[in-house]
Design a protein around this ligand. Sequence first.
Ligand code: GPK
Length: 833
Amino acid sequence: VEASIPEPQREAWKRNQITSFVDKDGFEQEVVRHVETTLARSMFNCDEIAAYSATSLAFRDRLITHWNKTQQRQTYRDTKRVYYLSLEFLMGRALDNAMLNVGLKDIAKDGLSELGFRIEDVIKQEHDAALGNGGLGRLAACFLDSLATLNYPAWGYGLRYRYGIFKQEIIDGYQVEVPDYWLDFNPWEFPRHDVTVDIQFFGQVSKKTIDGKSMCMWEGGEIVQAVAYDVPIPGYDTSTTNNLRLWSSKASGGEFDFQKFNSGDYESSVAEQQRAETISAVLYPNDNLERGKELRLKQQYFWVAASLYDIVRRFKKSKRQWKEFPDQVAIQLNDTHPTLAIVELQRILIDIEGLPWDDAWEIVTSTFGYTNHTVLPEALEKWPVGLVQHLLPRHLQIIYDINLYFLQGVEKAFPDDRDMLRRVSIIEESQPKMVRMAFLAIVGSHKVNGVAELHSDLIKTTIFKDFVKIYGVDKFTNVTNGITPRRWLHQANPRLSELIASRCGGNAFLTDLTLLSQLERHVDDKQFRKEWAEIKYANKVRLAKHIKDTTGVVVNPASLFDVQVKRIHEYKRQQLNVFGVIHRYLSLKAMTPEQRKKQLPRVSIFGGKAAPGYWMAKQIIHLVNSVGAVVNKDEDIGDLLKVIFLEDYNVSKAEMICPASDISEHISTAGTEASGTSNMKFVLNGGLIIGTCDGANIEITREVGESNIFLFGNLSEDVEDLRHAHTYGSHTIDPDLDKVFNEIEKGTFGTPHDFSAMIAAVRHHGDYYLVSDDFRSYIEAHQLVDEAYRNQDDWIAKCITAVSRMGFFTSDRCIEEYAEEIWNVEPLAVDRH
Ligand code: GPK
């Protein structure tokens, strides 16, 4: 429907352009207006939540005018756009970020103070937008920030889950999951009830002849409606405001099925509506694991089909020829979750637009890029053929055709390798047959990338080896992950950001992180080191207060803060950490009081969620809490060791934790952590890391220098042999680790039976994650950490040096690499604020 205002009346619109506030008075007026009209309250009942709401609405109004202009400009210039398809966007809080990106935080601070509020308290009212599990979802959020900051015409597409990742409570030392109902009041989203797409499921396929051409028709089944919700994404220090479009599901055809309603079947019509809403109801809480649930596949198709419909609709407005589609559209698949988009676009082009298969396929493969985030076999998506057939019958046919043409090509090129076809087939000939989504994603994309150098090498030599032979090595590339320094330095650690700015020529480093290198000249500056150390200490005091408030445990901020916060997973080896903590405890206990006085006090801080169905991960959480319960009240030990489990780790907590760490742990079994991104956040905030030669740790080492990181453990190339030896040779356990196990089995940390499976995994079940093999080297690395920390002057120098060399790890650099090597898109030049 054409809803554009005719030319003669546009004059009135232009006369009445909205002007955003620019100063404190203007800001205050907006806040008061929103409190009194939008919220229908007054100065007599304005609490901090109301102040938060009104402040957010004031900034939202600002963003949306920028958003409108950005969209108009992008439509008018009609250049190529990027679409980032991700089932997860772990955004965290929006208000602080909006204030900083727009550059009016100081004004808001003064204005709020005049109105009777402290800005920090107002910011804290916001509920995290937690539509993601961990690294993969947070990466998507950092990418949106960089895309907008660098003025790329880009949209994110995702699902508007009613429930984000669950909230974690720790009760009696165990994880308990509580639903995260976050949409009660969300000022950052704009419902677009006029932007809807009907999504079809189930049904049958029939052949029809239209204009002499035989066409496939997908008919029948059920329809669910997708409704768009838009979230404005402001760039830093630019007026570019991009869009994140999240789809919500509802029953099609209005509120009720009137026929059923009229025939008295009220209950079943409501039930049907609820069933439709189930699709976008909840985020699956698994990290690095796919469980193959039917509803998950429904989510994937629902989101992908709505997004592609939207993208195609936008393309069609420009009245270009289909072959120009890849010049106008780049679609990035964040993992295999959106792989059905490949099939859906092919379906649109051949079944609806009537293009020949080959022309359509050329367009499809030129449009998509695929990012792989893991080599763990349990995380690689496979769907039973029968399920796909039932839910998406036409798509299954297209998948079979894609596979047929692909395998024909392979057979021609490798006539002597009979086994090749079986290995690379998109259909796994198992019982039941499965669709291998990663293979489909590779075949349907023009580029495949890993997320750190080691990981990108590993996918080429292991899981995707055959595809390198088939397509050549150039189809596979690396884009090492990065993080946005706006949120992860400027917002999380404002004092450090300010100190850095004072030595780096102002805030320019926030958009050109390589400027951090200027810090290196100041490493020996006593005053600078002193200020640096004071800021770290203040950040530790803030975390110590949070620990006291939430756990009741008092920790000494002068201790070394040792942090491991991330999803709980055996491959990330929190069990290695807690075994190391027990080892330290036993060593301290064995000392005389005199010897103990010479030891360095430490706080071991853990945090992270376990997937609700991941029993072993939950046992690890329980062990950490059980060890804490014993150690923290042991009077022999006092400040020398405290063990803390921080409840409900999320983005906003990470913003407090990262700046407060002295050493953080990135200790996955070599070859298992694709990249890791919190390693970057910790170093950027002036903490050092202890880690394995895995993921981005390797590149961090190359940048900061070996003397500014604590590496330990076996290398990825030796993992396979070690595992083999565990299973087929004799497997001896490290003697110190054995003592740790014996102590647990004695009941020192509660019922030993609770932890017997964790111990058995190492002792009797092949120690798949190499905990015993790496134990000695891990303990030794920690001894080096202790020694290094004793010399505070050198320690600070290491931290400063490391920060000065972190320029590479900005997500701005990633986005530029994607833009150049994968998307072939250019930024749109715009005026600043
Ligand atoms: C990878 F496969 C997955 C997944 O399901 N979830 C997830 O968060 C992570 N990831 C990797 O585990 C990290 O190493 C990596 O830094 C992150 O994705 C972003 O690439």
